[in-house]
Design a protein around this ligand. Sequence first.
Ligand SMILES: [Zn+2]
Ligand SMILES: [Zn+2]
Ligand SMILES: [Zn+2]
Ligand SMILES: [Zn+2]
Length: 304
Amino acid sequence: MARYKSRRRFGRELLISEQSTPSRVCRFCSATKPLSEFPKNRLIARTGGIQRIYACLLCRNNRRRGVYDADVLDNLRLYGASLSPQQTAVHRSGYQRRAAKNKRLYGTTLTPSQIEGVRIRQKRGLARLRGQALELYGGECECCGESNPNYLTFDHINGDGGRLWARLGGGGSRYRVVIKAGYPNSRYRLLCYNCNIALGIYGHCPHVSHGYRSVAVREGDRIAERELKEEMIVAYGGKCQSCGEDHLEFMTIDHVRGGGCQHRREIRAAGVNFYRRLKRQGWPKGDYRLLCFNCNCAKGTVGK
Ligand SMILES: [Zn+2]
Ligand SMILES: [Zn+2]
Ligand SMILES: [Zn+2]
Ligand SMILES: [Zn+2]
């Protein structure tokens, strides 16, 4: 607890009584400064009196920092940590006291504004990480060159390890993984949602004549599904109601009142059956609209 001892000694040395003079010479930097720039002694202020210390605010802070640094070095030498066990105990009991109070008042260990702060910092960190990853991979869709960052997403090229990829979810872990892989590599690539989801569902993107990979689907089913989708697209206006994109492979139905981007696997499984249901209902308009996957999935723009 050397820090607190030093501070007390420091306080005694420097205390003087409040004077009527409007300015004072700092004992450390010798500058003449207005009285208001000399900190009040807090213990005495608590009893209603005023005493100011001999050091100006700047010199007081520098000295404190020096004392603190010396303290940290001592602690590192003695305990291998920047805080002594006693200091740690003080910190911990203070934290526990505040946590208990917050729990009583708000039901959580942090105050609502602290929670808000944590959320903001997490969001900012995630955005920074995403920015780094996008920059590393060239900032545009490898297939069509789309460069609006809101439309871009990372694709896991080969199926192997896909489950792990799915488990990483949409948080920062994915960005860390693609950054760590370095660029270029054979496992991850940057695509827009349109190209990414078209590749996932159809095995090819309309931008390129050959497919990245083929999907084994019975030909009859495929034609029927395609015709159903064409019918759906015509019924809902023929193109993306937000950007005008009109490739069949990129089109999806957006639930106007529902959540934003659906997971790709969900779309693949539900797509055709969902279109059949809409057809039976005579293509209802109010709750549904036609969007491309980019507009449907875009972060913070049209969707969500
Ligand atoms: Zn000074
Ligand atoms: Zn694209
Ligand atoms: Zn494409
Ligand atoms: Zn669109």
